[in-house]
Write a protein that binds this ligand. Structure first.
Ligand code: SF4
Length: 362
């Protein structure tokens, strides 16, 4: 439990003002207050004394882009057509259930960003890589560096047609979504921008965030959101329905609904997969939300995202589930020769990776 002691709170002045407002208006036991506080406050509810975190990262999929650099922190390639680039690992606030606060902090130099752009456009990648996800950390906290990277991609990797940017500043510190951020999107008609965010509770649709979503929509930029299923925050149908209704109102596309990933000290926030699947079934099959708003339920495992279809769960053993993936180890190593399967994974008789994944609690 050594690492739990080091879990820190980092909460923006904007979020602090919202906590004050919600506490005064509703009290600390109200779902609105808890919908936010459980995401950001270190909890004493930890129930996972025996729960061991084996990985400090979501997955190990570093990319070796050039001899002189070795592995560059902040690059991951699990999928054929998309490269993940993390120019910084600094976030404006720490979401307690996020593994990224365990990562070693970095901010990539401009020189490295140019090399990353050249890697995206080199002869091995230009026919298969057409999308990047620039995330972190929060890349919108460093707009000048982000724009530098985007310009380098436009110059050296014209094959990159879609640039996704992941950020939570809209709901954590909306004042930082200023003119310097909006200007990033202008005058770059050769690429399509998509803005990804994370929304876990209806209370996060603060008026300040709503204004930004409206303005981004007016620019014609697609906004999408992933959501994390969290015990006590949104693990009930009513809250999920309200969340997806609001996303629809703001023209925010549903992406993944993630099972909260295994991370030491967070078991109290992780519903069981069985309960999660029942909720997702109720959400998607009961006619309660628009068919255009239905999310994909996924677990973020050591080998990447796994969607839950019939047959995904192969077996259960001592709080662990063995999950079937659609990933072939041979394909992974084709497009990322540096990739090595983690100890929790195996290759089945058809060459597909299976992986052990820690279940949540009832
Ligand atoms: S803002 Fe995003 S990357 Fe940063 S801690 Fe929260 S979920 Fe993780």
């Amino acid at each position: 439990m050594e690492r739990l002691k080091h879990r820190k709170e980092k909460i923006t002045p904007f979020l602090k003002s919202k906590f004050e407002f919600l506490k005064t208006k509703y009290g600390e036991q109200h779902p609105y207050y808890k919908g936010l506080s459980l995401q950001y406050f270190v909890s004493d509810q930890n129930t996972d004394e025996k729960f061991v975190l084996t990985n400090l990262k979501h997955y190990e999929a570093g990319v070796h882009i050039a001899e002189e650099h070795g592995f560059i922190p902040g690059l991951e390639r699990l999928y054929r057509r998309t490269l993940v680039i993390e120019p910084t690992l600094v976030c404006s606030a720490h979401c307690q259930f996020c593994l990224r606060q365990n990562y070693t902090q970095h901010t990539l130099s401009d020189e490295l960003l140019v090399d990353v752009a050249k890697y995206c456009g080199d002869s091995k990648n230009r026919d298969i890589l057409n999308e990047v996800l620039i995330t972190g950390g929060d890349p919108l906290l460093i707009p000048a560096k982000l724009e530098f990277l985007i310009n380098a991609l436009i110059r050296y990797a014209p094959n990159i047609r879609i640039i996704r940017i992941g950020s939570r500043i809209m709901t954590q510190c909306p004042e930082k979504f200023d003119a310097s951020v909006f200007s990033i999107f202008s005058g770059k008609s050769d690429v399509r921008f998509e803005l990804g965010t994370q929304l876990n509770h209806p209370v996060e649709f603060f008026p300040e965030a709503g204004e930004i979503f409206d303005r981004v929509n007016e620019l014609g930029i697609k906004i999408y959101a992933q959501n994390v299923l969290l015990r006590g925050v949104n693990d009930d149908l009513e809250t999920l329905v309200a969340l997806y209704e609001l996303m629809r109102r703001y023209n925010i596309e549903s992406h993944y609904l993630f099972h909260c990933c295994p991370i030491v000290g967070m078991q109290h926030l992780r519903p069981s997969i069985e309960k999660s699947l029942a909720l997702v079934r109720g959400l998607s099959m009961g006619g309660k939300i628009s068919g255009r708003a239905k999310p994909m339920f996924a677990a973020m495992t050591d080998i990447g995202k796994i969607l839950f279809y019939e047959g995904t769960i192969i077996k259960k053993k001592g709080g662990l589930l063995l999950l079937r993936s659609g990933y072939k180890l041979s394909e992974r190593t084709d497009w990322n020769p540096s990739y090595e399967a983690p100890a929790s994974a195996q290759v089945d008789e058809n060459g597909f990776l299976t992986v052990w994944y820690a279940d949540g609690v009832e």
